[in-house]
Design a protein around this ligand. Sequence first.
Ligand code: MLC
Ligand code: AMP
Length: 549
Amino acid sequence: MPSPSKSSNGSNGSNGSNGSNGSNAANASNLFVALRDAFPADLDGIAIETVEDDGSSLRYSWRDLDRATAMIANLFEGLALPPASRIAVQVEKSVEAAMLYLATLRAGHVFLPLNTAYQSAEIEYFIGNAEPAVVVCSARNFGWVSKIAFKAGTQAVFTLNDNRTGSLLERAAHCSDRHTPAPRQADDLAAILYTSGTTGRSKGAMLTHGNLLSNAVVLKDYWGWTATGGPGGRGDVLIHALPIFHVHGLFVALHGALLNGSKMIWLSKFDPKTVVRKLPEATVFMGVPTLYVRLLAEPGLTRDAVRSMRLFIAGSAPLLLETFNHWRERTGHTILERYGMSETAMLTSNPYGPDARYGHQAERRGGTVGFALPGVRLRVQDDGGRDLPVGEIGGIQVQGPNVFKGYWRMPEKTAEEFTADGWFKTGDVGQIDARGYVTIVGRSKDLIISGGYNVYPAEIEGYINELPGVAESAVVGVPHPDFGEVGVAVVIAKPGAMLQPEQIVAALKSKLANFKIPKKCFVVPELPRNTMGKVQKNLLREQHQALFV
Ligand code: MLC
Ligand code: AMP
């Protein structure tokens, strides 16, 4: 495998961009080809520079990305996998993990990223449902993951660790570094992202090469990605500090930088001090609101620290107006908030610059998620399926080249989420004003968004209800200063059973991803109900809303 070069001081390097940004990107069908076409002409320039714990950095050139993805793609070809095989991946964030994603596209297979917090029951479901031909996990999880995978018929299980070791790279090292990307049509699958459901099990959202490429091409233009506008006239430089197993870090951030031939400063984990230290070398930052809240707590976040920055982008969860205003006062920058989801990639964005479709207004309005992106059509309907006039609140629906193909092997669920005339129901509730700004005011889906991760109360309640001595439970989201929103569980014991909240939380920890664990648990005699006997979650939310604030 190509080895990155090491620098001891982490000093700023050239991004090597020459402005050749792949004019044929929109026409290429294999997303990988479109991204590779956008690599700068100088393949020895730095594509990714990591920030290591000891302050040093590893530098990967564009040539390294090309060669490593070829080698991994050739490894897959050597396995003679069926076309469009699922490659399921649960590994810590690393440059090699990103290469594995790109190699999967290159080989024409389907990438299935899994949050590293998922525990065995969750992984067993995803692997059983997706039936991946290949599973890649970290070496420390190999024992239990491989057992699950082989039971589900997986052909090969490789390991990949965050220190560039593991059988995937060892095997790929013997493969050729030249590879012709597999031809793919826009409608062919590129990735499956599992999203939990309000009822039942998680659903795999099937995204195509066309979905992802069209969205990336629109965002490149809409956000003004530039090959020359960065510090010292160099191109944009992105600080990549998000996980790469969800839309935000894997698609929006990674595709954005690659499609512009832009260097990335790569953090394996978000750390506010490191981000502040690296800001003077960068021009673009993307984060969920929690990242902005934590950055604001850093005294080093000053106007001087952001002097080279061009754009701060937020999304995945509501950005509080307070954070939006505080950021502007502190840094002089106005955060650009956008809105998206796994099934649709990005739907709306506040404007970066003038937007001719809306009379050139270029104001980024706090509390709104901006305009429908070019090519994306939005409408707002009431529960009866009637279009609502401007300014009225209802369910947000979408159509466009970004909208996914459906849920993996769940045609009924897919049908349920689309209207008869073919619009996808986002489950978000909001309004579009006369100027075109979209505001999200709530969700019709029972969902908690905590630090940018989705937590479905129905899933947590299901696990709690299975515990011995539990009669019933309700999980609600309440405001939290760091995560925006967190889950609180309210539990009823069976007659005669003695339940301790700490035991309930401990039992959940052994079964569920850590971010899904309710931050507080109460055992109470009864739940508030309406006359129909339905639990009144709004009352529980009101009752506990001041728990953390
Ligand atoms: C961590 N913890 C969380 C949590 N993250 N609790 C609730 N919500 C979260 N998001 C808890 C852990 O369970 C643990 O608790 C403790 O915090 C420390 O864990 P950690 O892993 O050290 O946390 P930290 O590194 O601080 O992570 C926080 C974070 C992370 C904000 C950096 O959650 C994160 O990267 N969030 C971004 C998620 C993201 O990329 N979303 C995009 C989805 S795409 P304990 O009790 O075990 O110690 C999407 C579409 C779109 O939504 O529009 O983009
Ligand atoms: P996911 O299923 O993880 O892709 O999460 C998608 C959901 O995140 C959306 O349906 C919204 O509810 C929420 N979301 C994403 N961006 C924003 C935003 N800017 N403001 C409010 N909610 C958002």
